[in-house]
Design a protein around this ligand. Structure first.
Ligand code: COI
Length: 355
């Protein structure tokens, strides 16, 4: 159980944005949740306070050795006006794994979910209701002890901020081309690729810029050892449909276990679509794209939900998939998952949690 959360409301609430013009992560709500950790005392002083810059010592360990982890989740305004989260327990579990890997103090799952719900309740008016919109929730933990010692910090800050969002990609559900990255890797087994370490994302930016220069929206990452097997696309998990079978890379210690990935796997099982999680050689996918048996490919993530892939650029050549059109399954996943999230498709899976 979390100790009582002190709540200090803002005296100057911000104007709510036009829900039709929301991008991703540009606008922040009136309040934030903060809680401190001190070695010997544990987590303490949970509070919801007006959204404001943080004051940190420049020697804070997060700036130097990168002890920073985060989560991404969303609150949805249902059609009946109620508010709900999507599988928050899986974010809580994953945050624990991230904290554990980065030698940071664990947070109780219930405390994490209570903190998210408490903040969402305070800023509930910021949750847009239009189709394709939601309130993105960004919990994160950073090391705050002022020290240059290379060791775990003795102080941390757990914070949650909220942002009303529309589509993650400008393209929305329009399929995008992706470029196979042959040089940089996102993660290596035994490293931090399977958790949400902030540094994973910094390391991906160079390849992302190169993909953009080649006219692609995202990077298709290969494994670090052999540069042979597909791992993720951009900051998402990835699925391919070849013939009547769906494939996704098996979790191998360098791939993030996405919450949306899990939901897609459950839907595939429920819909009796054969799906295999295994190593996926890039050569096999390019061959399938060339002979037309690769009929669908898409990324999955909390921010984008489903992001259809229209073509794969590899060795200077673009291999189109499904004529660059949204595939049948991609559309069905998008409609089902966002329908459940918005309360217009019945949640028979128990994925949603009212705030
Ligand atoms: C998400 O899909 O929520 C992510 O965390 C990916 C990205 C926005 C960093």
């Amino acid at each position: 159980m979390m100790p009582n959360v002190r709540i200090e409301l803002t005296g100057t609430p911000g104007n709510k944005p036009d829900a039709k013009k929301l991008g991703f992560g540009q606008i922040f709500t009136d309040h934030m949740f903060l809680m401190d950790y001190t070695a010997g005392q544990g987590w303490h002083d949970p509070r919801i306070v007006p959204y404001a810059p943080l004051t940190l010592d420049p020697a804070s360990m997060v700036f130097h050795y990168g002890q920073a982890v985060f989560e991404g989740m969303k609150a949805y305004r249902r059609e009946d006006g109620q508010v709900q989260l999507f599988l928050p327990g899986r974010n809580a579990e994953r945050l624990r794994r991230s904290l554990e890997r980065m030698s940071m103090p664990l947070l109780d799952n219930d405390v994490f979910i209570e903190a998210v719900k408490a903040l969402v309740r305070v800023d509930e008016e910021w949750i847009p209701g239009e189709e394709g919109t939601s309130l993105y929730i960004r919990p994160f933990v950073i090391a705050t002890e002022a020290s240059f010692g290379v060791r775990p910090s003795s102080r941390y800050l757990f914070a949650i901020v909220l942002s009303p969002v529309g589509a993650y990609f400008e393209e929305g559900l329009k399929p995008v081309d992706i470029q196979v990255e042959a040089h940089d890797v996102r993660a290596v087994r035994g490293g931090t690729g399977s958790i949400k370490a902030a540094a994973n994302y910094a390391g991906s930016l160079k390849a992302q810029a190169a993909a953009r220069e080649s006219g692609c929206s995202q990077v298709l990452w290969l494994d670090a050892l052999e540069r042979k097997y597909v791992e993720e696309v951009g900051s998402m998990n990835v699925f391919f449909r070849i013939g009547e079978q769906v494939y996704t890379p098996a979790l191998n210690g360098s791939i993030l276990e996405g919450v949306t990935r899990g939901a897609v796997l459950e839907l595939l099982e429920d819909w009796d679509v054969p799906c295999t999680a295994r190593q996926l050689p890039i050569d096999e996918l390019i061959q399938a794209a060339s002979d037309g048996t690769l009929t669908e490919a898409f990324g999955t993530g909390t921010a984008a939900v489903i992001s259809p892939i229209g073509g794969i650029r590899w060795n200077g050549q673009l291999y189109k998939i499904n004529g660059g059109q949204v595939g049948e399954l991609s559309g069905k996943f998008y409609d089902t998952i966002t329908g459940i999230q918005r309360g217009i498709v019945r949640d028979v899976y128990g994925w949603t949690d009212r705030v």
